[in-house]
Design a protein around this ligand. Structure first.
Ligand code: TXE
Length: 496
């Protein structure tokens, strides 16, 4: 029995999961994962092939056509989803442990995400039962109209490494509530929790073949998935570059897309805000998942009159963020996913300095413990046309820009290709609502950041993506709308 407070004594091996069972890896290759927070090997997962993907898609299609899930009642779907939520909670310790080891997240954050994931299954269970269409009784005596929703079909689901389990939970239960079947490809380095979820779903009574997992590389399994002509919908969360490839590949069969890509999310701090609260929220929004988060608040847009005071408050907060072993429940700052990514983050800091930004705090890797960590970093004297203000750094690096008027603040916030989220800090309700209305972002927060639950949808404006996940919208996204016209009474013949 694994002690979840200590590193594993052996590397855990995973097979892959198709048609309700584990498939032995046979002669397929494996990816070994080093824990980003400890630098020791922790898991080995299979590198599936294009043939494995083809097989999984055929299984998912067969399951869809078999009507073991696609046409069962909302009540039956809800029962499975509710049991899955219980299954997640029963395995919370185990899931959080392996997720921490593969991702480098702090364990307390991981536990919070797994608990939140269970909530998504519960919420989607409710939507499975309330999903409905419309009836039109206003078309005259001879016509009755209906609009129904039906599951689209087979979904290809590609997920990234930064939130392997919660991103899955923001999608799978909604897809299942709609009645679809799924083939998932998790990121190469963080496949364990997706495979564990497949087993939980089967134990919860999900019919075989409805949820299948084919771990493997983006270039082989991922690329084959986005081009696949028997996949009806592709849900992709990841980089804008791969998002563009997904868009182009969807032309193979005009599959529907749901894309959640990057963000360069503004934290707008007005002078009338409670600055202590705002500094705390900005510190959290920067350090959450070590900044490797699509809704990370990575652009600080602060009113000039309070800029120096706010900078001081923020540095003080950042200096007290707790670092340490990611398995320690007290640790707040997680590790950086890979050496290459750490080098990329530190490279951005240097680019900022070369462009004329000033290093206000941080800027280096944290050498205090094994693994790879980056100090929470604040760059000031930033202009919105600098690289550090325009590109997603995906690390705990904050670019601070000053403004004088509300129009200027909103103009800076919107002057970016992305439009994923925005946070607004003010005690003036008029200013809050005006900014919220004018800012181009799919998710907005007022006097808080990165919070919420399954009820509200997530997704982006502009190049942050297409479609919406979670909420009722998250289920509707995976349905086709059909209009039904029923003629009543005797037909007036066209050919007399
Ligand atoms: O993403 P990729 P990476 C951003 C973030 C990060 C950068 C690169 O800025 O620094 O992207 O991260 C699969 N066809 N985000 O390289 O490559 C891949 O196997 C189909 C933001 O990890 O996009 C993985 O499962 N699939 C984002 C998934 O795509 C392919 C989260 C994401 O990997 C593929 C992650 C291909 N040709 C990164 N190539 C967010 N919105 O949170 C790769 N993949």
């Amino acid at each position: 029995m694994q002690d979840f407070t200590k590193l594993p004594s052996t590397v855990r091996e995973f097979d892959f999961f198709v048609d309700g069972k584990w498939i032995d890896r046979g002669s397929r290759g494996q990816s070994e994962r080093l824990s980003p927070g400890h630098d020791v090997p922790v898991t080995r997962t299979v590198r599936c092939t294009k043939e494995d993907l083809d097989h999984a898609v055929a299984v998912a299609r067969r399951a869809f056509n078999a009507k073991t899930w696609s046409t069962v009642s909302g009540a039956e779907r809800a029962a499975v989803l509710l049991r899955a939520a219980t299954g997640i909670r029963d395995k919370l310790d185990e899931l959080a442990y392996w997720e921490t080891l593969e991702t480098g997240k702090a364990i307390s954050q991981c536990r919070g995400e797994i608990e939140a994931a269970a909530g998504h299954y519960e919420y989607a269970a409710g939507v499975a039962r309330t999903l409905s269409g419309e009836a039109f009784n206003n078309l005259g005596d001879k016509m009755f109209g209906l609009v129904t929703r039906q599951p689209i079909g087979v979904i290809g689901l590609i997920t990234p490494w930064n939130f392997p389990f919660i991103i899955l939970a923001e999608r799978i239960p909604y897809m299942l509530a709609a009645g679809c079947t799924i083939v998932a490809k998790p990121a190469e380095v963080t496949s364990a929790s997706t495979l564990m979820m497949a087993e939980i779903l089967t134990e919860s009574g999900l019919p075989d073949g409805v949820f299948n997992v084919v771990p493997g590389s983006g270039s082989e399994v991922g690329q084959a998935m986005i081009e696949h002509v028997d996949i009806d919908v592709l849900s992709f969360t990841g980089s804008i570059d791969v998002g563009r490839r997904v868009l182009l590949a969807s032309a193979s069969n005009f599959k529907k897309l749901s894309l959640e890509l990057g963000g360069k999310n503004p934290q707008i701090v007005y002078a009338d805000a409670n600055l202590e609260d705002a500094a705390d929220g900005v510190a959290f929004g920067l350090c959450f998942n070590a900044g490797q988060c699509c809704v990370s608040g990575s652009r600080l847009i602060v009113e000039k009159t309070v800029a120096r005071e706010f900078e001081k408050l923020l540095i003080e907060k950042l200096s007290r963020v707790r670092t340490g072993d990611v398995l320690d429940p007290e640790t707040q700052l997680g590790a950086i996913v890979t050496d290459e990514h750490q080098a990329k983050i530190l490279g951005y800091v240097q680019t900022g300095l070369n462009e004329g930004a000033v290093l206000s705090c941080g800027g280096k890797s944290l050498e205090a413990h094994a693994g790879r960590f980056v100090e929470p970093t604040l760059l000031t004297n930033v202009r919105n046309d600098m690289v550090v203000a325009r590109e997603e750094i995906f690390g705990p690096v904050l670019a601070m820009i000053e403004f004088e008027t509300i129009d200027e603040a909103i103009g800076i916030a919107n002057d970016n290709i992305f439009g994923l989220s925005a946070s607004i800090w003010t005690s003036d309700i008029d200013k809050a609502v005006e900014t919220m209305r004018r800012v181009q972002a799919g998710r907005t927060w007022v006097n808080t950041t990165i919070s919420g639950g399954p009820e509200l949808p997530i997704g982006g404006f502009k190049q942050s993506g297409n479609g919406r996940e979670t909420g009722v919208y998250g289920v509707e996204e995976y349905t086709e709308v059909k209009s039904i016209h029923i003629e009543l009474g005797k037909r007036n013949h066209w050919v007399s």
